[in-house]
Write a protein that binds this ligand. Structure first.
Ligand code: SF4
Ligand code: SF4
Length: 71
């Protein structure tokens, strides 16, 4: 059975670079339409059900704003 995962983004840590959005093979992540308190538009886990726990988003984030939980 395929791995299932759940990414969590720390909105206040996120700088809105969206490297994680591009790195996700199953298009779980997308830019949020609401800015954080710094004025950045953080990534959000819009389609959590598609997460395969590959860890790409965690690996590319320069600000350590992503945690991936294996389910
Ligand atoms: S890679 Fe990190 S800092 Fe960049 S958008 Fe994703 S969570 Fe935010
Ligand atoms: S762990 Fe992989 S599949 Fe899940 S959100 Fe991150 S990049 Fe996408």
């Amino acid at each position: 059975m395929a791995n299932k995962g759940k990414p969590e983004i720390d909105r206040e840590r996120c700088k809105g670079c969206h490297l994680c959005v591009r790195a996700c093979p199953t298009k779980v992540l997308e830019p949020d339409s609401e800015p954080n308190s710094w004025g950045y538009y953080p990534a959000k886990a819009a389609h959590v059900d598609k997460c395969i726990a590959c860890g790409n988003c965690y690996a590319v984030c320069p600000d350590v704003a992503v945690t991936v939980y294996k389910l």
